[in-house]
Write a protein that binds this ligand. Structure first.
Ligand code: PAF
Length: 299
């Protein structure tokens, strides 16, 4: 009797083929890891992060992976950009999980220095981008952008990337870095990656994990307020104070929200505008309980 071939059970098998990531802690080791690819002409992409990686970071790493031969992710919670009463100590640190995310996203090198490696001496030299840092977060977090620009400049000097990836969610940070690169002739191309949002509109951020369930439910009001401003501008309103009022009214409808700022600014020097006559960014920062959230949209 001949055997009858039975139809095979159809099963989805996903094979994780991503190779391990090279995790290095020192400036010397990251430079050594990049020496060969650099000399053979690979385009080096850098994604600077403070860890606690989420889908927003995955989009940055994905962009770098598509456009560069070598992808470096730095994970460093930079003390220099936190004020004395800010959340440096409680900033989430999840290295093992982060390295796994980097591996799955196809990162080649993770640079995870200690504070002593990055600042072996108390720094006396800083990068400060005036004017662009003046308003919005710069006003409420004195010294923050000086800390950001200084560490990013150090990372650029350590890694010497051809391209570096930043999220549009941190729009003022992106403008500060672009201006620093232009002013100081730093040979790196800055790539901006759109904000990744939850289905209810909340911009994904490492700090969202601090929200309790009532706060999390309230948080999408921030995006709704920005959308209201967009709607007013698209329907012809040119008076920035009227647009602000409409957006602020939406924020004020949520009792858990405390407004830090909501401004309409020009997208390059981040100066508040009174009349809308060209492309603008609407940016806001709010506190929900003990968590500070920021977001922005372009019109
Ligand atoms: O956006 C961040 O995570 C940080 O400000 C950065 C750019 C990694 C600098 O510490």
């Amino acid at each position: 009797m001949s055997a009858v071939a039975q139809p095979r059970e159809k099963r989805e098998i996903s094979i994780d083929t991503a190779p391990p990531v090279n995790v290095v802690q020192t400036v010397k080791d990251v430079r050594e890891a990049l020496a060969l690819p650099r000399s053979s002409g690979s385009v080096i992409g850098l994604v600077p992060t403070m860890g606690a990686l989420h889908p927003g970071h995955e989009a940055l790493i994905g962009g770098a992976r598509r456009e560069c031969g070598i992808v470096v992710v730095s994970i460093f919670v930079n003390p220099l950009q936190f004020g004395p009463n800010e959340d440096y100590a409680r900033y989430p640190r999840t290295l093992e999980k982060d390295v796994e995310i980097c591996r799955r996203q196809g990162t080649d090198v993770v640079f995870n220095p200690s504070p002593d490696e990055m600042y072996p001496l108390p720094p006396l030299t800083f990068a400060e981008v005036t004017r662009v840092s003046e308003h919005l977060c710069g006003k409420f977090r004195p010294g923050h952008f000086r800390g950001v620009a200084t560490v990013v400049l150090k990372l650029f000097n350590i890694v010497r990337p051809d391209r570096a990836y930043f999220g549009e969610k941190d729009m003022q940070q992106l403008a500060v870095i672009r201006r620093m690169v232009a002013d100081l002739n730093i040979p790196v191309e800055i790539a901006a990656v759109p904000t990744v949002r939850e289905p209810d509109g909340l911009a994904i951020s490492s700090r969202n994990q601090h929200l309790n369930s009532a706060e999390r439910k309230a948080a999408p009001v921030l995006y709704r307020a920005l959308e209201e401003a967009v709607k007013r501008i698209r329907s012809g309103e040119r008076d920035a104070s009227k647009v602000r009022e409409a957006a602020i009214a939406i924020l004020e409808s949520e009792p858990l929200v405390r407004i830090e700022y909501l401004e309409i600014v020009d997208p390059t020097e981040i100066q508040p505008l009174s009349t809308i006559s060209g492309p603008v960014r609407i940016a806001a920062a709010v506190w929900i309980g003990g968590t500070r959230l920021i977001d922005n949209v372009a019109v």
